[in-house]
Design a protein around this ligand. Structure first.
Ligand code: SIN
Length: 198
């Protein structure tokens, strides 16, 4: 089932105290950057793992045949890598719309891989925001074996295109970041096999 989180997100954080803030992307926000940003940097967050456990009824699937996209699941010993963007507060209008199917904005510590960016040279992490679709949202699909997830993704598409392209682009972007996320790598591999067999 789809759910619209735009109004909930508007009420979540006050942007009164700052003009600019970092937002951490771990899924399509890594490779589809359709918003203005001031600077970007490879980064990670601690205590989370990326999983294809969120349904997509509006982008990579339909209400009748939802696709699967990534969300974050608590996992104390894990670290999830991605890309952080420093943005102005007006960008959240667009991001809230884009992430409206179950994702809420959360404050999080974003750890930077290098200290080459001027404004982060005095700290290796910054407070920022991340979009997470928790298991209590109506579009959450949850665990399934990776071959079943791949099969579902293989058969799904929506207004933003084929669900499998979401996976291929994410896997490619993670490779470019030097991240060997086993879950993504496994689903990417199964999907490529499925693609070859049609
Ligand atoms: C993200 O990329 O950070 C959130 C999930 C997505 O839009 O794929």
């Amino acid at each position: 089932m789809s759910v619209n989180t735009i109004n909930q997100n508007k009420l979540r954080q006050s942007f009164n105290d700052f003009d600019e803030i970092w937002v951490f992307g771990y899924g399509s926000l890594i490779y589809k950057v359709d918003f203005p940003f001031i600077e970007k940097a490879p980064a990670s967050i601690k205590g989370w793992q990326r999983r294809f456990w969120q349904g997509s009824h509006d982008h990579r699937g339909t209400p009748k045949q939802p696709g699967r996209v990534v969300t974050l699941i608590h996992s104390a010993l894990d670290e999830c890598s991605g890309m952080a963007y420093k943005v102005t507060q007006d960008v959240f209008e667009h991001l809230d719309y884009r992430e409206k199917n179950g994702y809420l904005r959360y404050e999080i510590d974003i750890y930077f891989k290098g200290l080459k960016h001027d404004n982060i040279k005095n700290a290796d992490y910054k407070k920022g925001l991340v979009y997470i679709a928790h298991e209590d949202n109506a579009a959450f699909l949850g665990y399934a074996p990776e071959h079943e997830i791949a099969q579902q993704i293989h058969c799904s598409s929506g207004p933003s295109g084929q669900n499998r392209d979401y996976v291929f682009q994410l896997a490619e972007a993670l490779r470019a970041l030097g991240d060997n996320d086993e879950h993504v790598v496994c689903i990417d591999r199964i999907l490529k096999q499925l693609n070859q067999s049609v």
